[in-house]
Design a protein around this ligand. Structure first.
Ligand code: SF4
Ligand SMILES: [Zn+2]
Length: 395
């Protein structure tokens, strides 16, 4: 399968080869993902690339303490992985970008200045700068823009840490080192979609295109430069049941803990337009995770790993609209979301103690134990055949 993975040229990561049947399934996933992207068409002509998508305040952590964190969503060129392979099966970020049109360094800098005019960055010890793709990929974001933005950040003594996102294979040492240097002693953290330590889930269910080995090399590369890494783990990728998804995250957290990583972020799958997940969802082949499953997962993480794993749940608001998200029966959802927000402050699972609703026994209990008897390649092949048939019948 990983014949089709792109190698991490900076790490000399080992490249595996998958079984021919797995390669065929990956081809099918990519064909569907690529076709769906084409349906997005070009970006709207009136988009102003000197104005960012937006910004948001969230909880962050610095030296073990909860603090205020500012997230800035820049309007960017878009993730190159989408152009090459159709992109990851759950990710619809490309819709919010220029979809390949070059965004100049000047435009990126103007977007950052726009935020500086609107918000006092000095209020935030941690600032995250996201570009719906890979900040260290020169084709997506010029290094000159990163350096200028860092020089602005350097003007705020209160900012102690900067967080960016980039795929591990689009993060050459040279660019990372330049950013680290421009931050003038501040912490730099690179968040990246690790998603799952299971190669079949990572590559066939998600189309991530790398292996846990690539991650190991990336982690040690970053560490040697004094850069922090933050793996983002996907909760309920397509083609997994809730029960399987909980197990998958638990083993991925265990993998991270074994590598000495004690902070991970959970990204909870949402349904975003023109993605493989969206197509499955339209055909009743995908449901975002139950909030009960998420709580169950956090409790199990706490029992198994204690303080060795701080598991943060990213709020599921992104730069693109979601059509569906983690939920229970509807009447208890708000209470669960608030409990997760409180949990995020100190990773305290006692926040979940009072949660109760009849949907636990009426509906979730069954979902919590359901397993798909088919192998991952088998179930993907069957579900994609169903989707293809459904698409043909609506043409
Ligand atoms: S999840 Fe990340 S790597 Fe995958 S398509 Fe989206 S932006 Fe690109
Ligand atoms: Zn309920």
């Amino acid at each position: 399968m990983l014949q089709k993975a792109i190698s991490d040229s900076s790490s000399n990561a080992e490249i595996f080869t998958g079984l021919p049947a797995e390669n065929d399934v990956l081809d099918e996933v990519r064909a569907l993902a690529g076709g769906l992207r084409r349906q997005n068409g070009a970006a709207p002509e009136n988009l102003d690339f000197t104005i960012p998508i937006g910004w948001e305040e969230r909880i962050g952590h610095l030296d073990g303490e909860p603090i205020k964190r500012l997230i800035i969503f820049l309007r960017s060129t878009g993730c190159e992985w989408v152009e090459k392979t159709g992109g990851c099966t759950m990710c619809g970020f490309y819709c919010a970008t220029s979809r390949g049109r070059e965004v100049s360094a000047k435009e990126y800098v103007a977007q950052f200045e726009y935020v500086m005019d609107a918000v006092d960055l000095g209020d935030y010890p941690v600032v995250s700068v996201y570009n719906d793709g890979n900040i260290f990929n020169e084709r997506e974001m010029p290094v000159a823009a990163i350096e200028k933005i860092c020089s602005y950040i350097d003007g705020y003594k209160n900012i102690k840490k900067v967080v960016v996102e980039s795929r591990i294979d689009y993060s050459p040492d040279e660019h990372v080192a330049k950013m680290k240097k421009s931050l003038n002693g501040r912490q730099l953290e690179v968040a990246f979609g690790f998603e799952s330590a299971d190669p079949l889930v990572m590559n066939l269910c998600i189309n991530k295109g790398f292996s846990a080995n690539n991650f190991d090399h990336f982690h040690s590369r970053m560490r040697s430069m004094g850069v922090l890494t933050k793996p983002l783990l996907l909760v309920k990728p397509p083609f997994l049941t809730d029960a399987e998804a909980v197990r998958d995250v638990l083993s991925t957290v265990s993998y991270c803990v074994s590598r000495g990583i004690d902070h991970v972020d959970l990204e909870v799958t949402t349904v975003e337009k023109n993605t493989v997940v969206h197509e499955l969802w339209k055909n009743n082949l995908y449901r975002p995770p139950w909030l009960w499953s998420l709580i169950d997962l956090l409790q199990q993480c706490h029992e198994r790993f204690g303080d060795r794993a701080h598991v943060y749940v990213s709020p599921w608001t992104y730069s693109v609209e979601s059509l569906d998200w983690a939920r229970n029966c509807g009447s208890c959802d708000a209470e669960f979301v608030k409990a997760i927000e409180r949990y995020n402050l100190n990773f305290d699972t006692s926040e979940f103690a009072g949660l109760d609703c009849s949907c636990r026994d009426d509906e979730w209990k069954e979902a919590a134990v359901r397993e798909d008897p088919r192998s991952i390649p088998e179930r993907i092949r069957e579900q994609l055949a169903y989707v293809r048939q459904a698409r043909l019948s609506t043409m």
